[in-house]
Ligand binder design. Structure first.
Ligand SMILES: *Cc1c(COP(=O)(O)O)cnc(C)c1O
Length: 224
């Protein structure tokens, strides 16, 4: 299927669901991103700073860029002038650096707290106590980061019951943080979960942002 028809398929499928699509364009050239853009897609996700900073100037300015991969603090400065949302905040140090670089750029950057929900060792992310410590530490101090919700990557498995449990866990974290820290803050509303293989389950479990790459752009030439 073409990129154009895949984007339209997702537009149809998500209509009325309260969930939006982040098209994950990592490893794919700007020509293919432009095809998705021309089909009406505006939210795109990349996982590497160098790739994102190379592509961004080549593409329309109204794209909402989401950084979805692990971010080293020393690289925040390269994306702070334009990135819309950093989905992968997994430490206090990183959050404070985003605040600093967003202030320098005169901007507000949206941030999601990334949680560890998979049963795999290799995936980055916070635990709930770590996230609470981070929120207590930064309470009242963030002027250039708008914390907008949570993100998680489920285990790479076909086990639907396990995937549902992991998505429910992330949703539970969101609800706890919302109740304790963001009750009056309408901006804290995103639950980013679901990828090509598991997005239907994620939407059923309350996802507000699915991050879909290969189901739109085809398989990647190299793993990323
Ligand atoms: C690559 C990636 C995706 C998209 O994966 P697909 O299986 O191609 O849909 C989603 N989220 C993150 C964090 C990724 O790195």
């Amino acid at each position: 299927m073409s990129i154009d028809s895949q984007i339209h398929h997702f537009q149809q499928e998500l209509r009325g669901s309260g969930c939006r699509l982040v098209a994950v364009s990592k490893t794919h050239p700007v020509e293919l991103i432009r095809e998705a853009y021309d089909a009406g897609q505006r939210l795109f996700g990349e996982n590497r700073v160098q790739e994102l900073t190379a592509k961004q100037p080549e593409l329309p300015a109204d794209i909402e860029w989401h950084l979805i991969g692990h971010l080293q603090t020393n690289k925040v400065k390269y994306i702070a002038p334009f990135v819309h949302t950093i989905q992968s905040i997994d430490s206090l140090k990183l959050l404070l650096e985003i605040e600093r670089q967003a202030a320098r750029a005169g901007r507000v950057i949206r941030g999601l707290l990334q949680f560890h929900i998979a049963d795999e060792e290799t995936k980055f992310g916070l635990s709930l106590p770590e996230a609470e410590a981070l929120l207590q530490e930064t309470a009242g101090k963030l002027q250039h980061v708008q914390l907008a919700g949570v993100m998680g990557i489920a285990t790479n498995t076909d086990d639907e019951a396990q995937l549902r449990r992991e998505f429910q866990t992330l949703r539970g974290y969101f609800e706890q943080l919302k109740a304790s820290y963001f009750l009056a803050d309408d901006a804290f509303r995103e639950i980013s979960m679901g990828m090509s293989g598991d997005y239907r389950l994620a939407v059923a479990e309350g996802s507000t942002l699915i991050r879909v790459g290969s189901a739109i752009f085809g398989s990647r030439a190299y793993p990323a």
